[in-house]
Design a protein around this ligand. Structure first.
Ligand code: ATP
Length: 370
């Protein structure tokens, strides 16, 4: 049995219950996955290629049948329903807009196929155009629109049928970085305005962090952790999740002091003072996860007690608003440090080759036991 990952205190609108998909040949694409998703959530399935996220999404849509387990939407078991009878719509990365139809007709397409009365179709298309702010573009063909606008037409078309569940497969994969960032926020705003529950698949962690209310990190068919973006980033449960989400320095060490309000971990380059207790015993091997932006670099050794390690700057990457420093510590291990460039001309500028002190406070680390 696997445990359901439930939204805090909210009733499940979509229940994925112990779902397995075994294509045969040894690898199980989705392996005992249970997730409860609340009404109105934007839920992201995040993982690297082959982790099973698309297979899970396709089972929600009805394009694949689970080997075992149940999927229940709003109290209704989806098992017996073919894709076209499910109150679900899927929006693909390629948009799949019809090139020869106008924006208006693209949005109306599914409604016409369902045989809705003409005036209701017109009303829904107009309101969708308004929602995605494309009323002015109703008569254009898809090739006369920008990528972001085409994306919004695809969203309008997906929402026109008023689905109970919207599935997004790498929704912004075809857009360049800048447009993607702007469109992410627009999409979230529209989805919240409509109030539709949404499950999205992405391998782009920034996209998941920006858009989703909760994220499930998947690997090899299993869910490793489910949580709000901030929880997953600040409190990863395993080395894999810490490493997968954002940048992290992982240091192996031994637990040498184990108190309820703090622990100490002896690593090759420093002794970590950690300001919280862990479930562990003295002598056990653990990893300490430390995000690059939680570390400060200075030429001078910091005064007073704090976590510190010394090393040499081997490389730096300038990103405008911040710089990432690659520091080689005494043991030879590399430490990444990211610092905001808050001043134009810093007197104590850090350069490649400098000997520096890296320091961080005792609330910065996460101790991982698995
Ligand atoms: P990507 O991001 O590359 O699309 P993914 O995380 O979405 O990857 P899936 O497409 O769900 O991964 O695939 C999960 C596993 O199941 C992979 O090992 C894949 O080869 C396998 N798989 C997917 N579809 C089939 C199928 N129809 N028959 C056999 N194996 C399949």
């Amino acid at each position: 049995m696997s445990t359901a990952h439930s939204p805090d205190g909210k009733e499940a609108f979509l229940r994925i219950d112990n779902v397995v998909k075994d294509f045969g040949g040894g690898a199980v694409a989705v392996n005992h996955v249970s997730i409860d998703i609340a009404r109105g959530e934007i839920f992201a399935l995040l993982g690297s290629s082959g982790c099973g996220k698309t297979t899970l999404l396709r089972m929600l849509a009805g394009f694949e049948t689970p080997t075992s387990g149940r999927i229940v939407l709003n109290g209704q078991d989806l098992d017996a329903l073919p894709p076209y009878q499910r109150p679900i719509n899927m929006m693909f990365q390629s948009y799949a807009l019809f090139p020869h139809l106008t924006v208006w007709d693209n949005i109306a397409f599914g409604l016409r196929r369902d045989g809705l009365p003409k005036d209701e179709i017109a009303e829904r298309v107009e309101s969708m155009l308004k929602l995605v702010q494309l009323s002015k573009y109703a008569k254009r063909k898809p090739h006369q629109l920008s990528g972001g606008q085409q994306q919004r037409v695809a969203l309008a078309r997906s929402l026109a049928k008023k689905p109970q569940l919207l599935l997004l497969d790498e929704p912004l994969g075809a857009l360049d970085k800048k447009l993607r960032e702007a469109t992410q926020l627009e999409l979230v705003k529209i989805i919240h305005e409509v109030g539709v529950t949404c499950v999205m698949v992405t391998h782009d962690q920034e996209e998941a962090m920006t858009m989703a209310s909760r994220i499930a990190v998947m690997s090899e068919g299993r869910i490793l952790q489910v949580g709000a973006p901030g929880d997953i980033y600040e409190t990863p449960a395993t080395r894999f999740v810490a490493d997968f989400i954002g940048n992290v320095n992982l240091m192996d060490g031994t637990l040498v002091v184990d108190e309820s309000d703090h622990v100490e971990i002896e690593c090759a380059d420093c002794r970590h003072m950690v300001g919280h207790g862990i479930t562990g015993t003295v002598g056990m091997q653990v990893s300490v996860a430390l995000r690059p932006e939680k570390i400060t670099l200075t030429h001078l050794e910091p005064a007073g007690p704090c976590n510190r390690a010394t090393g040499t700057i081997r490389d730096l990457s300038y990103f405008g608003s911040f710089t990432v420093y690659h520091v080689q510590l005494a043991s030879g291990a590399a430490m990444k440090v990211s610092m905001a460039n808050t001043r134009r001309h810093a007197e104590d500028q850090l350069r490649v080759g400098d000997t520096v002190w890296a320091h961080w406070d005792s609330s910065s680390q996460v101790v991982l036991t698995q």
